[in-house]
Design a protein around this ligand. Structure first.
Ligand code: M6R
Length: 366
């Protein structure tokens, strides 16, 4: 069932273009520029009445939630809080019937997320689930929701579920924004059109697998790795670091790039690999100067850049190119090389990538 791949994780990384098509099927119609989510139709009144959104999740799902915050705040102009379910459930949070709580979970069985839902329900908030496992406990406990439909995820390190969650969050923010009238037609149409091109652009990124495998060999020596990104790429940096920690047992930290100078730059020396998401968007110049600061301290920079970038290619030690896309969709492409990097480093170190030590696929105890 690994379909010729040596590990489920690699299979699941490569499945992503197909999974995302499945996730968008029947929901995105690029011919008429329209997003249709049945939950948004069925619960329209209550969704539009929400004064605040609280996203509760753990691990990788929490990282997807951080991207959701940016999408929803940008397009729908509703304030969004993103909470670790384990913290939320124990700190007597303020939740009201005017809140919409979005619970995100691949497995649909995470104990802390389920407990956060039960708590929010008691305040009368509407609960919306974004899950993968059909019929699991979380979808059953929610009022409504959208499945990500990426198929079973076997590898303990979550990959295709993350990109599936991000796609659902893009669709949800577009559908809600359209109903609220907070998005202009041009932006809405541009994002819908670009979404339908994402699977092919992902395939282009996956074609660099051999190159990423080669450069992974260089970095197996590392005991620490820093991941940097800004805006939509900051949660991607966190996710890249989590992937590396989980399967290669290398200590890794994700940071918003501009926070470097508030502490972590003290760690940079000639041994320190720094993975920087430096795509061509509004923050490009600022991230470029972060790279220069790292190089000035002899750090080893692995940069994710937009195809054709010459400036960063000249100063970074290693470069991985990504096709151009809209800034809000960049996480869908930038995540892939980071998944592959973690995978290949772990394989080089002869680790059990599908079942890393101390971890379980669904965390059903707190
Ligand atoms: O099934 P869930 O999405 O609720 O799981 C949440 C986390 O346990 C999960 O994302 C975990 O962090 C993964 N091992 C990440 O790769």
């Amino acid at each position: 069932e690994k379909c010729g791949y040596p590990h489920f994780m690699l299979k699941e990384i490569f499945e992503q273009p197909e999974c995302l098509k499945n996730c968008m099927r029947g929901r995105i119609n690029a011919d008429v520029d329209k997003v249709t989510l049945s939950a948004v139709i069925d619960y329209k009144e209550r969704l539009l009445a929400a004064k605040r959104i609280i996203i509760v999740a753990c691990g990788t799902s929490w990282h997807a939630g951080l991207i959701g915050k940016q999408l929803i705040e940008t397009f729908c102009r509703i304030p969004v809080d993103v909470e670790y379910a384990s913290e939320f459930r124990y700190r007597n949070p303020v939740v009201t019937k005017d809140d919409l709580v979005i619970a995100m979970s691949q497995s649909g069985e995470t104990a802390d997320t389920l407990a956060a839902i039960e708590l929010a329900k008691r305040s009368g908030a509407l609960i919306y689930g974004i899950c993968n496992a059909v019929g699991s406990s979380i979808p059953r406990a929610t009022d409504t929701g959208s499945y990500i439909h990426v198929g079973p995820e076997i590898g303990v390190a979550s990959t295709k579920a993350f990109t599936g969650q991000v796609i659902v969050l893009v669709m949800l923010s577009l559908a809600l924004a359209k109903e609220k009238g907070t998005i202009d037609d041009q932006t809405y149409n541009d994002v819908v059109k670009e979404l339908s091109l994402i699977p092919d652009k992902m395939k282009e990124v996956l074609e660099q697998n051999d190159k990423i495998a080669d450069l992974s060999r260089i970095f197996t020596y590392a005991h620490n790795v820093i991941y940097l990104g800004r805006g939509y790429s900051y949660p991607v940096a966190l996710e890249g670091a989590l992937k590396l920690k989980e399967i290669s047992y290398i200590h890794a930290e994700g940071y918003p790039a501009a926070e470097m100078k508030h502490g972590p730059i003290a760690l940079v020396d000639s041994d320190m690999p720094v993975v920087v998401i430096a795509t061509h968007n509004a923050m490009y110049e600022k991230v470029l100067s972060n790279i220069q600061e790292i190089k000035a301290r002899k750090g080893r920079v692995i940069a994710l850049v937009t195809k054709g970038d010459e400036t960063i290619s000249r100063i970074a030690d290693e470069v991985i190119e990504l096709p151009k896309t809209l800034e809000c969709l960049e996480p869908l492409l930038a995540t892939i090389p980071l998944q592959l990097l973690a995978y290949h480093i772990a394989v080089c170190k002869d680790k059990n990538v599908d079942q890393p030590r101390n971890l379980a696929k669904s965390v059903t105890v707190e």
